[in-house]
Design a protein around this ligand. Sequence first.
Ligand code: NAP
Length: 269
Amino acid sequence: MEINRNITVAVAGAKGRMGQEVVKMLQDDPTLTFVVGIDPKIAGQDVGEVIGGKPLGVPMMNSLEEALRTYKPDVLVDFTTPHHVYDNIRTSLAHGVRPVVGTTGLSPEQLAELTELSTQSKIGVIIAPNFAIGAILCMKFASMAAKYMPHVEIIELHHDRKLDAPSGTAIKTAEMIAETRKELKQGHPDEEEIFEGARGADYHGFRIHSVRLPGMVAHQEVLFGATGQTLSIRHDSINRESFMPGVQMAIKAVVNLDTLVYGLEHIID
Ligand code: NAP
């Protein structure tokens, strides 16, 4: 892969949990230059001070539009909220800035529209529901196993500040499983939920369960069952640093793209 030098990067959500990790990662990579942070409630302060550290000489702005117009970054990294991510990507494309997006919660319709917009404008986009390499492998292994063991359930576990359920990773895993799994409706045909939701969400006849607890970061277990045997594939992100090599890789890859790529697996292959 061609490595681009001095890629300038803006970070939307720079004050958030993931945004702060991205800011640290950018500081440590001499080939990437952090130029502006965006957060809707803060303007005019230095990003370093906002996140409780030394000044970085990088301003925080509250308008994405103004930040992109003023600093003209090569790439916008977005770790914001499911409510803002769609508009942020559209704004970024309108300014010719390539988005690298970790925020989850985009609907299939929004993804389709953004794919079309990216193709039309020839501006690359990377959207990855999970930037951790281990999580990508978990999805791939689950997809391989589903061909041979079609009885499967996904359990995803996250911290209790997460807004969307199921997680973007679980949805992507389910999509990849559905591509290889023989379609069938699992469970007893007469099963009844005593409490609504007890069996989780139905996706093409198999179930996805979402757990939300303080103390969790991002975890997923894919369980397979067959006669006399089970198989568990589990991935745990134990801190948010686990996502940073993937974000770094995506920033360097997106500058060479002119279409939308959904999923880091298409970049690491
Ligand atoms: P968070 O701590 O709540 O951070 C979100 C930040 O975005 C907050 O500082 C928020 O500011 C700010 N924000 C809200 N609207 C904005 C806008 N329009 N423009 C710019 N900034 C805005 O959340 P997080 O834990 O960092 O997670 C962020 C997203 O990343 C979630 O969707 C999460 O599921 C996803 N995530 C993805 C991965 C991956 O690998 N793809 C990994 C972990 C998390 P205020 O608090 O002032 O509103």
